[in-house]
Design a protein around this ligand. Sequence first.
Ligand SMILES: *[C@@H]1O[C@H](CO)[C@@H](O)[C@H](O)[C@H]1NC(C)=O
Length: 293
Amino acid sequence: MQQALTAFFILAGSAFAAPRPQASTTSSAPAATASIKCPIVFDGRVPVGTAGTFFDSSNGLFNPDYVKGNDLKWSDILKFPTGEASRFDGAEYQAVEVTLSDKSIFQQQKGFRRAGLQFIQDSSTGPGTTGVKTLHFSVRQDTAKPLNLTHEYLNVWHEAADYSADQIMFQTGQIIGKSASDKNNFKILDRAGKSLYSVAMEKTAWQNFAIKLDYSKNQVQIYYSVGQNPLKSVAGPSSADLSGQGQFQMGILKKPTGTSDVVNAGYQESKLNEGQIYGGLFLEDSASGCVSL
Ligand SMILES: *[C@@H]1O[C@H](CO)[C@@H](O)[C@H](O)[C@H]1NC(C)=O
């Protein structure tokens, strides 16, 4: 086992500049709990043993320069919690936690605290903006770094190329201007803020989401499961305006309270120590109707 893993690390390390090897052919580790059945468009799964510093330089997974605190490196921001792997990570990929601190100020956006991963191949006019694509992500909470659900959080979204809107938003906490009654829920909203799906945040279990985006029909379908259970369709297909191209982002954007100018002003408590754990990050091609469950 130890030998097999070591071999995999060496192979993976040397292959990052080139197309990455299929882990299943380079390691004898047990297969992932669920296999991905459709063509992968963007792969954000983090191979077991990947060091934090890997994310500081040009790498095969995420943009090293965006979107994060000006004085932070990704190796400061990302943690690699142990524990049960998420459904699509299995034995070969590991969880990655995006954290916030008081230094999580991007450019001059002093109202936000944010850190967001972008797939390295994602571009505002690229394959993530056309056809039928399904974004997969699993989330788990870190009891030592809880989110403060009095605030509004954006965790996963697709932002239009002109930054004027997010076509789809996966959020938690109290949405500004809305009722606090569902603040403990994850919510998936369309660009107009209409709720497409909402489910309570689990305290310890993995929650697996897949959002199928049909850019030609302007439709969204949502799949969900807890733990290692297969995904099931839970909402849609619903009409949603997906126009405007753009990019995905996965992480944490924490909005302030007490302001209408959320980008620049408002209140953020100090000594922030928050995190959101992710697993199984990838975008697959669903043009043929394929969705990995
Ligand atoms: C949560 O946020 C609110 C509003 O910023 C703040 O008043 C409160 O102290 C925070 N709670 C914790 C536990 O940090």
